[in-house]
Design a protein. Structure first.
Ligand code: TYM
Length: 380
C-alpha cells in the first residue's frame, strides 16, 4: 500500500479519460462540521491531488445512516460537508463532487461485495469492533457491520486507482484490496481494479488536543480537544491554547511523535495551516517554552479559519447553487459508475445487462417527469 501519491496499480479501465489515473474519497456527514483532522489527514490532499488525477469526491451520506442519525439533520449536514469541500479548494470544474446516495450503483455493488466477504474478515475490522462494543449488541446495526463492504463498493465502482485517506481508514483500504483481488481471481482478471491507499506520513493521524494519545474525533475527549472547521474561531483558539502538552523535563520543541506526541501534533497543525516546514517552526520555538508556540498557533489557526468559513458560507447561503453542483456531479459520477457495475454484474453471471440498462433509463426518465410535476413533501 503506498504512502505517497505514486499509484502502483495498472488499472484495466481506471483513469476516467484514460489519460490520468482515477482517484476517489469521501467523508461522512456525521457532524455539523468537519474537524481539523479531516482537513489535514484527507481534504488537504484531495485538493492537491485533483491537479494530477481524475478526482471524484463524495459526501458519504449512506455511511452516516449506520449510526441512525436524526433525519432532520442529515440533509443539512450533507450540504455543510459539501460546502466545506468547496471551501477547502475542491474545484467542481476539475473534480466530480457528489452525494453518495445520488448514485445508486454504490449500494448495488455494496450488496455484491457483501456476498464476497467472509463473516470473519468483516468481524476483524477494528472500527466495527470499537463502535459495536460501545453501542452494544442491540445498538449496533447490521449496517455498521456491512459498512466496509459499502466503502469497498464506493471505491471499486469507479475503478479507482488511488484513495487519499487518514490512517484510521488503512484497514478498510486493505479489505478493499483483498476483495478486489478476490473478484479478479474468482471472476477473471480485470473484474476489479486493486486500489492503493494514499496516506501521508505527517498528518495522517491528527491527535486530540486534550489527549494526544488518541486521534482527534468527536468521541475522543467529549469534543474538547477538537477544532471544528465551522465553529467560532475563538473556541478553536481556546482549544489550542489549552492543548495538553508533554509532561517531559526539557520543554524542547521538536518533531518527535513518539517522545513528544503533544508538541509534534501542534507542529503538524502549525505546518498545515501556514504551509511552513515543521522543522523551521520547531527551530523558531525551541527553548522558548510551549506557551509561545500555542499562542502563535492559535492565531495562525484563526487566520486560516476565517477565510475558510467565509467561503463555506457563500455556498451554504446559496443552497440552489450548491445543489446544482451536486446534481451535475451525480450525473457525471453515475455515467462513470454504471459501466463498471455492468461489467461486474456480467462477470457475476447476472442476466442481461442490456435489459437492466433499459429499465434503469426508463425509470430515470419517469422520475424526472414526476419530479418536474410535483416536489415531494419534506424535501429541499
Ligand atoms: P470519516 O468521515 O470518518 O473521515 C473522513 C476522512 O478524514 C480522515 N480523518 C483523519 N485524518 C487525520 N487525523 C484524524 N484525526 C482524522 N479523523 C478522520 C479519515 O481517515 C478520512 O479519510 N469510511 C470513511 C468515509 C468513506 C470513504 C469511502 C473514504 C466512505 N467511503 C471511500 C474513502 C473511500 C469515513 O468514515 O471517514
Amino acid at each position: 500500500m503506498s504512502e505517497t501519491s505514486t499509484a502502483s496499480t495498472t488499472p484495466a479501465s481506471a483513469g476516467g479519460t484514460g489519460l490520468r489515473p482515477r482517484i476517489l474519497s469521501g467523508m461522512q456527514p456525521t457532524d455539523g462540521s468537519l474537524h481539523l483532522g479531516n482537513y489535514i489527514g484527507a481534504l488537504r490532499q484531495w485538493v492537491q491531488l485533483q491537479d494530477n488525477f481524475d478526482a471524484l469526491y463524495f459526501v458519504a451520506d449512506l455511511h452516516s445512516l449506520t449510526v441512525n442519525p436524526d433525519p432532520a439533520l442529515i440533509r443539512e449536514r450533507t450540504r455543510r460537508t459539501a460546502a466545506q469541500y468547496l471551501a477547502a479548494g475542491v474545484d467542481p470544474a476539475q473534480s466530480i463532487l457528489f452525494v453518495q446516495s445520488h448514485v445508486p450503483a454504490h449500494a448495488e455493488l455494496g450488496w455484491l461485495l457483501q456476498c464476497q466477504t467472509g463473516f470473519g474478515e468483516a468481524s476483524r475490522m477494528t472500527q466495527f469492533k470499537d463502535k459495536s462494543a460501545k453501542a452494544g449488541n442491540d445498538g449496533a446495526t447490521v449496517g455498521l457491520f456491512a459498512y466496509p463492504m459499502l466503502m469497498a463498493a464506493d471505491i471499486l465502482v469507479y475503478d479507482s486507482a488511488l484513495v487519499p485517506v487518514g490512517e484510521d481508514q488503512r484497514q478498510h483500504l486493505e479489505l478493499t484490496r483483498n476483495i478486489a483481488e478476490r473478484l479478479n481471481s474468482r471472476f477473471g482478471d480485470g473484474t476489479a481494479v486493486v486500489p492503493d491507499a494514499h496516506i501521508v506520513k505527517a498528518g495522517a493521524k491528527i491527535q486530540d488536543l486534550q489527549d494526544p494519545a488518541k486521534k482527534m474525533s468527536k468521541s475522543s475527549s467529549g469534543g474538547k480537544g477538537v477544532v471544528w472547521l465551522l465553529e467560532d474561531p475563538k473556541k478553536a483558539a481556546k482549544a489550542i491554547k489549552s492543548a495538553v502538552t508533554d509532561a517531559d523535563e526539557d520543554y524542547g520543541v521538536r518533531y518527535d511523535p513518539e517522545a513528544k506526541p503533544g508538541i509534534s501534533n501542534l507542529l503538524t497543525i502549525f505546518s498545515a495551516v501556514t504551509g511552513r516546514d515543521v522543522d523551521s517552526i520547531a527551530a523558531e520555538y525551541d527553548g522558548r517554552g510551549y506557551g509561545y508556540l500555542k499562542v502563535d498557533l492559535a492565531d495562525a489557526v484563526v487566520e486560516w479559519l476565517a477565510p475558510f468559513q467565509q467561503r463555506a458560507h457563500t455556498f451554504l447561503d446559496d443552497p440552489a447553487r450548491l445543489d446544482a453542483v451536486l446534481t451535475d456531479g451525480a450525473q457525471r459520477a453515475a455515467a462513470l459508475a454504471e459501466p463498471v457495475l455492468q461489467r461486474i454484474y456480467d462477470r457475476f453471471g447476472l442476466l442481461s445487462p442490456a435489459t437492466r440498462l433499459h429499465a434503469v433509463s426508463a425509470a430515470v426518465a419517469a422520475t424526472a417527469t414526476t419530479a418536474t410535476n410535483a416536489s415531494p413533501a419534506g424535501r429541499g
